[in-house]
Design a protein around this ligand. Sequence first.
Ligand SMILES: [Zn+2]
Length: 207
Amino acid sequence: MFDSDLGTDEGSVVRRRTFLLTSVSALAGAIVWSLRRPSVVQAKAENRTSREVTIVEFSDSGERLKTIHVPKVVKTEDAWRKQLSRGVFAITRQADTELAYSGEYWNLHEEGLYRCICCDNALFTSDTKFDSGTGWPSYWSPIAPENVRTTRDTSLGMVRTSVSCTECDAHLGHVFDDGPEPTGLRYCMNSASLRFVARQATAKSNK
Ligand SMILES: [Zn+2]
């Protein structure tokens, strides 16, 4: 009888404790959930908007296709180093500048498209390329304003406007206001940031 009563009491105490613990942890969970949920949703929304970019697609023959929303190309420094040569990495990912008259395209006069060396985004076309006499490939306009972005650059004791690829943030060069008509702009680019696609060579290509 005594043993039996004790057993019952213990059992009931244990059950009560279990109930209390379950209730407390459920309540704590609900509080944590209600506190965290809005910030998680907000963080996801911010992430989505900052990582998606709008660009205009072009075929290799220079035909304007459509405006698309794509995830921004984001890679680690190691991944970029593996993909790019040392010089191209220094220019596109660390904003270095190639020596004048040293690049592949400053004196190129063929018709075609210039894509980003890092992500293939279409950037410039031979239609707006002009001989600036600077030793860097120069254009009076990008192929589409959406495909490049500009930022204020105060490095090297100068105030310049830096130009980068919208899709992957590759540094391309700088833009100045001493270019020819119709824009009066001079997009002074590094050959190393670009990959030229000749127009006639791609006429039969699927891309
Ligand atoms: Zn790019």
